[in-house]
Design a protein around this ligand. Structure first.
Ligand code: RUQ
Ligand code: CUA
Length: 652
């Protein structure tokens, strides 16, 4: 405590010296005081507050050291946040329409992407985003792609970090919901998606009475084609799993590369109650002392899936049946206490850490021991589906008591681990070897995931930790019964963890986040003129300056339009009611930030055209009348003049 106070005073002194000298003359006599000490006293700030402010404040123009990609929860997007400033830099639309970016608000390419991601015959206009995963090369973030899972509809989104835009939505035809998504293998060979609530796999319908016979879990390994920047659905495969509720996944690295780990709860295979006389899920799914960590050899599974006759096609997806997975030695179970949540592989790939929601310990598994046990076939028995079960005591390194409700674990580069503890609402720092608690810090309130800078790589930076808290009781001005969630930035550089900053999140319940060194990212700042973001190549209908025109083809009116400060060309679109209007529009600017919007009144269309971008929007002019179109982005002094008319002549 003494040490921390001294640090605070030192920094305060330094801040005073700098701020005092510069600001005194400019502010003195204009009502504001430049005396930092006086300001702090007046605002009731402690030394620690001042240290936190100095460590996080970014003067204008100063860039952040890290970027955090956070799930936007049921907002269905990804939030991009600078660290240490905790400034929100971008909201990447993934599963939910986002008008400012013109995402799924009129562009044909988004309509097509959404159409391909329809599930159960429904257009889905939202997603419950849980776990973002940055692409990796040799178990290190490479800054090229980002993936995120949608628990509700089970899908994953592929985001290209060349322009921070979603390029593909992939729906899983064989899951009810997912949760273990997205996680990548060490070279992004596969993107892992595992199911949560089991549903019938081989038949469309089965009553819950037939739960054990028909309901199944599933893990899908989506093959990622880095060249194309797309998931290759045909080259992907799944493995049938027992109907435990699989939860979180992580991929092995280093010595455990080629393996994946998924924990689960509801090993009881409870089927719910309330109206039946059976216990409700809450009780039924938490009776046993042990659930199962699933240990999968995905490298071998990929070979098995590729062998003719070993996998079954189910709803267009190759699925390795559970029986085959057992026979081929692809799947093993290790007991894990009790209703676990997180499963996290250490940076060196040698250990797997599991937190049991209803157990005060984290359990540390040694991959070496797991491998030995599987090779020597040292099993204590099989589960009801014939899956071999490893001896708990033979495969763990040990257990460490960290508090009530341990969930997720992250690592720094110095052999330390950090575990979020939900019920005790704190983050605990501990050393992996020897197993020992080192420090803890209270968070507000009820932490879910935590993220450490470069935390899922083979060489984490440590330095910063963000605690993604579920509740924010009393932290912010009340804004009605739905409160923001609270991200708390924690400094890891000292011996004691120190809280630096609170950031309210007002869009959804974020789950996981990953933090990457900002200089690993190198996004384009303008597109070459005529680029279609969907393909990152020249759009087929890109329009060059001077090529603007309107062409009639049967019942279709094709408008080849350009946008440049401060006009559209053409400015008049004349069509007859009932005709199909196809607008190909290119922003022919190359100046950074010279974005133009394109909105048509009352037709539910708004595009965002970044410099160089080309988009096509088509619709049937079903309503006669006069509809202004205009630029939605304040792009110049004559932005309001950047407008035109869609004239829809009534049917005669
Ligand atoms: S979750 S709060 Cu990863 Cu969906 Cu744990
Ligand atoms: Cu273009 Cu406003």
């Amino acid at each position: 405590m003494v040490a921390r106070r001294q640090v605070g005073l030192l920094v305060l002194a330094a801040a005073l010296a700098v701020a005092g000298a510069v600001a005194l003359e400019s502010c003195a006599g204009r009502g504001g005081t430049a005396d930092v000490g006086a300001i702090a006293r007046e605002r009731g700030l402690t030394d620690a507050d001042i240290v936190a402010a100095v460590k996080t404040y970014q003067p204008t123009g100063r860039l952040d050291e890290y970027l955090m990609f956070s799930s936007g929860g049921h907002g269905g997007q990804v939030l991009v946040i600078g660290i240490p400033s905790m400034r929100l830099l971008k909201v990447i639309a993934a599963f939910t329409p986002e008008p400012w970016q013109g995402y799924a608000t009129g562009a044909d390419e988004h309509r097509e992407m959404m159409r391909r991601a329809r599930v159960a015959g429904h257009d889905i206009t939202w997603g419950d985003t849980h776990h973002p995963a940055l692409s990796e090369t040799d178990a290190d973030y490479d800054g090229q792609f980002l993936f995120i899972g949608d628990k509700a509809n089970p899908r994953i989104a592929v985001i290209d970090l060349r322009d921070f835009e979603t390029k593909q939505l992939v729906a899983n035809p064989n899951m009810g919901t997912d949760h273990g998504a997205a996680f990548v293998t060490p070279n992004t060979e596969y993107v892992i998606e595992s199911s949560q609530y089991a549903v019938p796999l081989w038949n469309e319908y089965a009553d819950v009475d037939r739960y054990q016979q028909e309901y199944r879990g599933l893990v899908t390994f989506w093959k990622f084609d880095r060249q194309r920047g797309r998931v290759d659905e045909a080259a992907s495969f799944s493995i049938e799993l027992p109907p435990y509720w699989q939860d979180l996944a992580d991929a092995g690295k280093g010595p455990s590369a080629g393996w994946a780990f998924i924990n689960s709860f509801n090993g009881e295979m409870a089927t719910g109650g309330i109206e039946s006389r059976k216990p409700a899920f809450e009780a039924g799914a938490s009776q046993n002392d042990m659930d199962y960590l699933h240990i999968l050899n995905w490298q071998k599974a990929a070979q098995v899936a590729a062998t003719p006759g070993r996998a079954r096609m189910q709803r267009g997806q190759r699925v390795i049946p559970l029986r085959t997975a057992v026979d081929e030695g692809l799947l093993f179970l290790a007991p894990e206490p009790k209703s676990p949540h997180g499963a996290d592989v250490t940076p060196d790939g040698r250990r797997i850490v599991v937190g049991g929601k209803l157990d005060p310990h984290v359990t540390v598994y040694a991959f070496e021991k797991i491998k030995q046990a599987t090779e020597q076939r040292a099993f204590t028995g099989n589960d009801a589906f014939g899956v071999p079960i490893l001896d708990f005591n033979a495969v763990i390194d040990g257990q460490l008591e960290v508090g009530l409700g341990p969930l997720h674990t992250q690592f720094d580069g110095e052999g330390n681990a950090f575990t979020s503890v939900f019920l005790d609402t704190k983050v605990v720092k501990w050393s992996v070897e020897p197993l020992q608690v080192l420090d803890e810090i209270g968070v507000h309130y009820n932490v879910g995931h935590i993220a450490v800078a470069e935390g899922d790589t083979k060489s984490p930076d440590g330095k910063y930790l963000v605690s993604l808290n579920k509740w924010a009781i009393d932290r912010f001005s009340p804004v009605g019964p739905l409160h923001p969630q609270n991200f708390q930035l924690i400094d890891l550089t000292g011996e004691k963890m120190q809280l630096l900053y609170d950031m309210p999140i007002g869009v959804g319940e974020p789950h996981y986040a990953q933090i990457i060194k900002a200089d690993k990212l190198n996004p384009q700042l303008v597109y070459p003129v005529g680029t279609s973001p969907g393909t990152m190549a020249q759009a087929r209908d890109a329009v060059a300056g001077g090529q603007e025109r309107i062409e009639r083809r049967g019942n279709e009116v094709h408008v080849y339009m350009t946008a440049i400060r401060s006009h559209f060309n053409p400015e008049h679109i004349r069509v007859r009611q009932g005709e199909r209007v196809v607008i190909h529009i290119t922003n022919i600017e190359q100046a950074r930030e010279a974005t133009h919007g394109f909105a048509i009144a009352k037709y539910n269309i708004n595009l965002s055209l970044e410099p160089g971008e080309s988009q096509t929007a088509s619709f049937v002019a079903d309503q006669a009348g006069v509809f202004p179109f205009y630029c939605t982005e304040f792009c110049s002094a004559l932005h309001l003049e950047m407008a035109g008319y869609l004239l829809v002549e009534p049917r005669g």
